[in-house]
Design a protein around this ligand. Structure first.
Ligand code: HEC
Length: 156
């Protein structure tokens, strides 16, 4: 079973074999440093962490420590640093609780965003990357569960 899983993950990380995007752009466009772009293989990753009280608690603690200053207590993009950040960088965090925003993101994309941040050319940090600050993948997946919970809480 383990071997099969390896084969599957190798296949899905090769967009061509997985039958990925048919209109592959020309090489020049493809060689992108676009910090907003997320590879297909990352987008399709499943969250290995299940939602539980423990996961939500852990995710919440990480959120308070790393994310709240910009994204706000409930994820509406109204953290104390949000406006300052907008003035300096020209980007405000959007309202992560909106169904439209939630539905546009896969778990894999949220995980990727947390890991890589958004760093524009010239090291302009729109959102910091957390790969190094939160080296545990499990903890970053716990944050993904928590980000989902922000969407859920707003719908209640
Ligand atoms: C310095 C401010 C800042 C911090 C700290 C920060 N972010 Fe962000 N984040 C942003 C900005 C700005 C964007 C881009 C605008 C947007 O998409 O909301 C963004 C984008 C995102 C997105 C993608 C939204 C989308 O629609 O594509 C997610 C998910 C996210 N942040 C989660 C987090 C999490 C989780 C943390 C903590 C680990 C975090 N952010 C920390 C500023 C920040």
């Amino acid at each position: 079973m383990k071997r099969l899983w390896m084969v599957v993950s190798v296949l899905t990380s090769l967009p061509l074999l997985a039958g990925g995007s048919p209109q592959t752009p020309p090489a020049a466009e493809q060689a992108t440093d676009d910090p907003y772009e997320i590879p297909d293989s990352a987008r399709d990753r499943r969250n290995p962490v299940v939602r539980s009280d423990e996961t939500l608690r852990a995710g919440h603690t990480l959120w308070q420590k790393h994310c709240e200053t910009c994204h706000g207590v409930t994820g509406r993009g109204d953290g104390p640093n949000a406006r300052l950040h907008e003035q300096r960088k020209g980007h405000a965090p959007r309202n992560l609780t909106q169904p439209k925003v939630q539905d546009n993101l896969t778990d894999g994309e949220i995980f990727w965003r947390i890991s890589k941040g958004i760093i524009e050319e010239g090291n302009n940090v729109i959102m910091p990357r957390y790969e190094d600050k939160i080296p545990s993948e499990t903890e970053r997946w716990q944050l993904v569960v928590f980000v989902r919970e922000l969407g859920r809480a707003a719908r209640r």
